[in-house]
Design a protein around this ligand. Structure first.
Ligand SMILES: Cc1ncc(COP(=O)(O)O)c(C=O)c1O
Length: 430
């Protein structure tokens, strides 16, 4: 991180500790019945409440500052708290630049706002995070690293306007990014298919990834959600002709162990929602328009399954809402053609492993009943790695335990992830 930023942070720390003694009060407090608000504040501050606090004489006071005549123009004519407005006043747009410049200071004060008995109800506590360490992470957005809650894209961004973005999920093992080049190849293929312009270079994206990982100290057990949006638009709308700012890169790196129970296996159900075909949105584009898969995931959640199998338009199995799928029958490993599924990087890696392990691999259309009657089933994906499936639609797979071929592929994949990958460059002193 920039030396300058560290100096600013130190300076702000001094200011904040000074402000901490001031206890600013949020003006929304004054939209509530004043007597309750004031008596609550008095109670918190240890001052006895007196009803005459609700009224005063019109006119200036001796203790007003020299700015008071301008600032207190209306207050000097008032004799009590007035009813708050329902709608805000029209903003004086001549001050727009000032609004932008002063916002960080307003936000700084807002963080110090006193929560009193008289104040609005305190906000509900933050929900627990699956990995609490991810509360304090730095996220790359555009061309800078920002703290989690400040890492945002514009409301004009294409990803907000139409899910118009492409993405990759990458995993970090022992100081290396696994299959980095393969993920970037797929990312660039997706941007080509979606006709993105002003796409950043491969080296620039790699640099952003390495800077993000270094800044977070993430060299193992982490996962990156890499998103490239078509960028900000000059006005809301669908057309990419409004995209005149260039793409926006997001590197969201989190501490994340594999997300499924790979030691005991998972349950799947079949969703009624079909996987997109090249007739609609080609599943070979790794885009952010994930509603199709999210609808299937909802079906899985409602059935208390870890994920849902999605079929193609002819009723053959394509993949799950988040992973590719393999099965074993009489020693032969099968996986569906990548016609309706994402051509997963882990899928390709596992296909190679199956051959290297001297097993027979068939890639063909596979029906659901073949999966129900399989000896073994597993799913593949960067996020969850190799996940045994022990039940599909209430049918036990094989004997309901993790099969031998599944274990063989899991161990071979482990060896591969421990050894392969692009080394994350670090500072010499690290
Ligand atoms: C729908 C879908 N299938 C499969 C996968 C697994 O792909 P990969 O092995 O490249 O992580 C993903 C991951 O993004 C996915 O979203």
């Amino acid at each position: 991180m920039h030396e300058g930023i560290l100096m600013v942070i130190t300076l702000l720390h001094c200011i904040i500790t000074t402000f901490a003694k001031c206890n600013p009060i949020q003006c929304s407090l004054f939209t509530r019945p004043m007597q309750a608000v004031l008596s609550g504040l008095c109670e918190d501050l240890g001052i006895p409440f007196q009803p005459q606090m609700l009224k005063w004489k019109a006119g200036p006071r001796d203790f007003d500052g020299i700015w008071a005549p301008w600032w207190y123009e209306s207050v000097h004519t008032s004799t009590g708290f007035s009813k708050s407005r329902r709608y805000p006043m029209t903003f004086p747009f001549a001050l727009y630049d000032l609004l932008e410049q002063s916002l960080p200071f307003y936000n700084m004060l807002k963080r110090q706002v006193r929560r009193t008995t008289g104040s609005l109800l305190p906000p509900p506590p933050d929900p627990p995070l699956p990995v609490p360490e991810n509360k304090k992470i730095l996220v790359w957005v555009g061309d800078e690293l920002l703290p989690r809650d400040s890492a945002r894209v514009s409301v004009f961004d294409s990803v907000v306007q139409g899910g118009d973005a492409v993405w990759e999920g990458l995993r970090i093992y022992d100081g290396k990014v696994f299959k980095l080049e393969e993920h970037l190849d797929r990312l660039f293929d997706s941007t080509k298919a979606m006709a993105f312009s002003n796409v950043p270079s491969r080296d620039w994206i790699k640099d952003a990834i390495f800077k993000t990982l270094n800044a977070n100290g993430m060299f193992n057990n982490a996962h990156i959600r890499l998103t490239l949006t078509r960028g900000k638009k000059v006005t809301s709308g669908m057309s990419p002709t409004f995209n005149l700012y260039g793409c926006v890169l997001i590197v969201l790196a989190e501490w994340k162990p594999p997300v499924y129970d790979n030691s005991h296996g998972i349950k799947l159900v079949t969703a009624a929602t079909r996987r997109n075909s090249p007739n609609s949105v080609d599943s070979k584009i790794h885009h952010n328009n994930l509603i199709n898969n999210i609808l299937a995931k909802i079906e899985g959640n409602l059935a208390q399954a870890e994920d849902a199998i999605m079929l193609d338009q002819d009723g053959f199995v394509s993949e799950t809402n988040a992973t590719n799928i393999f099965m074993v029958k009489k020693g032969i490993v099968l996986t569906p053609h990548a016609d309706y599924c994402l051509p997963g990087i882990t899928r390709a890696t596992v296909k190679d492993l199956v051959v290297k392990e001297n097993l027979v691999l068939h890639e063909r259309r596979i029906s659901l009943s073949e999966f129900h009657a399989a000896d073994e089933v597993w799913t593949t994906g960067t996020m969850g790695e190799i996940t045994p499936v022990v039940m599909i639609d209430g049918r036990e797979i094989g004997d309901g335990k993790i099969g031998l071929v599944t274990r063989q592929i899991q161990s071979a994949y482990k060896v591969l992830t421990a050894g392969l990958g692009v080394t994350i460059p670090r500072n010499a002193e690290a």
